[in-house]
Write a protein that binds this ligand. Structure first.
Ligand code: ATP
Ligand code: MG
Length: 555
């Protein structure tokens, strides 16, 4: 393997297993898979699994499949299939050859089930779901054998065929593995392998009315595809026993290089949920507008908010892979995007809470064109034109009538500040509307301060941003706060208990004219305000706040 040009990645327990398997000759080529069920949009937790599966395969010059584990037509939809493909590609990964579907192996799964029945290792069970639960026993007590456990092989084969041909009603019977009703692992107490569902499937239409259970289909899908290392999250640790039992009992798959399952900790992110089921509830109950609402921890939501694929990959690197569950600090995700955007985002000025500023000693009707750097540390990014005239907009929050403390760095009556990329001004007075709100601020400017300090040596520390009033373009700003009030909302079964009612604030202000044709999802640094990108789903000029300039949430 050519490792010369490869970045050295921090090791983890999975890489240790792979290294050992390559060394012993158990495997010569590494194959992984990312196996989403198409029952929702992908979220930031899936990004961790995607980076791990695709990233590990790439690091070892192996392959990674994208396989839809589509064994439950009740909850699945082609919309989710398509969104998942888009998200994986957007994150920057390519799957090996074409996309795979578990459903395209339904014939093989069926034959495998018949093989188990023929070996006396599976049977058709007619217990109701309540009875099955009762027979299963508890963690403290062993279960009882189903009365159908000893049906003879011939009869079971016939019954299974009848199930397949639609001879039984939904819920009337299931195919179960015959393992051990007193196993200390509940999942080994004769788990269900197949159930009846009269449901149209997004890939196989009405070809089937029996569908395999995840635990049965997953290991077979891996084995059929020649996956070597099957990486999944810790909650499947016990199920590894079914995985192994199934493969070991099937002639074709009981080989020395058959797949093995390894479990890593799932990502739980502060102030977010990484359960597709709960995310779907947020959409269905209109707590957010859609799966790609910029407040959602979905990949499509983060993308619409202005997160870059590179920042999400970087985040996944930073959190690493372990086998201990924990709650990840949201500031790690935010520093990943902040670090990326600080480096690449063009600078611009936007006034989010506008107030008029009139420079009384500036000639009426004159408009100056000034040059400002696109990125202060990157000269190669060039410059942009900004406009300056007698009438500007500044942010309301950058002005106070009276300063109570000398450290105040913004504009106040009789105080000077620099207007970013242009002149020094001094506020002289203001007028108010009938309700006493400040309407217009009046000031004077020092003509000799463009791009230089005052010649008399006086120090002006404050810098505020502005836009020229006749050239500025109206824009809407969507400022997001955390979607949940609690750092660990998953502790509430009903997430609405923790919803932040003020997670979206909409403001109307102005941007520089060159933003009129800015590209959606490409972030700018609005100087002094934060990173913003144009919304991909709105017609007008609407900007989503990606993240602030500094971490203001840390405690
Ligand atoms: P849900 O049960 O909410 O639908 P899931 O975990 O079953 O979610 P899948 O579509 O089956 O979702 O997940 C595909 C892959 O992504 C699996 O291998 C799963 O282990 C992994 N995955 C899902 N959530 C996370 C997470 N929070 N952190 C890391 N990996 C995850
Ligand atoms: Mg799942």
């Amino acid at each position: 393997m050519d490792t010369q040009n490869k970045e050295v990645k921090p090791t983890n327990f999975i890489r240790n297993v792979i290294d050992a398997d390559l060394l012993s000759g158990k495997h010569t080529l590494i194959k992984t898979r990312f196996p989403p069920e198409p029952n929702g949009y992908l979220h930031i937790g899936h990004a961790k699994s995607i980076c791990l599966n695709f990233g590990t395969a790439a690091d070892y010059d192996g392959f990674c499949n994208l396989r839809f584990d589509d064994t439950n037509p009740t909850k699945e939809d082609i919309e989710y299939v398509n969104s998942i493909k888009t998200d994986v590609e957007w994150l920057g990964f390519n799957w090996d050859s074409e996309v795979k579907f578990s459903s395209s192996y339904f014939d093989i799964f069926y034959k495998c089930a018949e093989e188990l029945i023929s070996k006396g290792l599976a049977y058709i069970c007619f217990l109701s779901s309540d009875e099955t639960r009762e027979y299963r026993g508890t963690l403290k007590e062993p279960g009882k054998n189903s009365p159908y456990r000893d049906t003879n092989i011939e009869e079971n084969l016939k019954l299974f065929k009848k199930m397949k041909l639609g001879g039984f009603k939904e819920g009337e019977c299931v195919l179960r593995a015959k393992i051990d009703m007193s196993s200390s692992f509940m999942c080994m107490r004769d788990p269900t392998l197949y159930r009846i569902r009269f449901e149209t499937h997004h890939q196989t239409n009405d070809d089937w009315c029996i569908y395999p259970m995840y635990d049965f289909a997953h290991c077979l899908g891996d084995a059929i595809e020649g996956v070597t290392h099957s990486l999944c999250t810790l909650e499947f640790q016990d199920n590894r026993r079914i995985y192994d039992w199934t493969l070991e009992n099937l002639n074709t798959f009981n080989t020395s290089n058959r797949p093995h399952q390894y479990e890593f900790s799932r990502l739980n992110l502060e102030y977010a949920t990484t359960s597709k089921r709960k995310l779907k509830l947020l959409v269905d109950n209109n707590y957010v507008n859609s799966w790609n609402d910029p407040r959602m921890p979905t990949i499509s939501g983060l993308r619409r908010r202005g997160y870059t694929a590179a920042s999400i990959r970087d985040f996944c690197e930073r959190i690493g892979v372990s086998n201990v569950n924990s709650l990840t600090d949201i500031s790690i995700l935010e520093s990943s995007i902040r670090d990326d955007l600080n480096n690449i985002a063009p600078r611009s000025m936007a006034v989010i809470n506008p107030i008029k500023l009139v420079i009384e000693n500036y000639p009426e009707g004159k408009i100056e064109i000034l040059k400002a750097p696109i990125h202060p540390q990157k000269e190669e990014m060039g410059t942009r034109e900004i406009f300056f005239s007698r009438e500007l907009y500044i942010d309301k929050d950058d002005f106070v009538a009276e300063v109570s403390n000398n450290k105040y760095k913004r504009l106040a009556i009789n105080k000077e500040v620099r207007l970013r990329n242009s002149y020094i001004i001094k506020a002289t007075h203001f007028d108010t509307d009938d309700d006493g709100n400040i309407k217009t601020i009046f000031c004077t400017y020092d003509i000799d301060t463009l791009g230089k300090n005052p010649i008399d040596g006086r120090k002006v520390k404050g810098v505020i941003h502005f836009v020229e009033s006749s050239k500025a373009i109206k824009a809407e700003f969507r400022i997001y706060d955390r979607l949940f009030l609690d750092s660990n909302p998953s502790k509430f079964e009903d997430l609405s208990a923790s919803i932040n009612p003020n997670s979206l604030e909409v403001k109307k202000g102005f941007v520089e004219p060159n933003l009129s044709n800015s590209t959606a999802e490409v972030s700018y640094q609005f100087e002094r305000e934060g990173y913003f990108c144009r919304d991909s789903e709105s017609d007008g000029l609407v900007f989503n706040k990606t993240v602030g300039l500094r971490d203001t949430w840390s405690h």
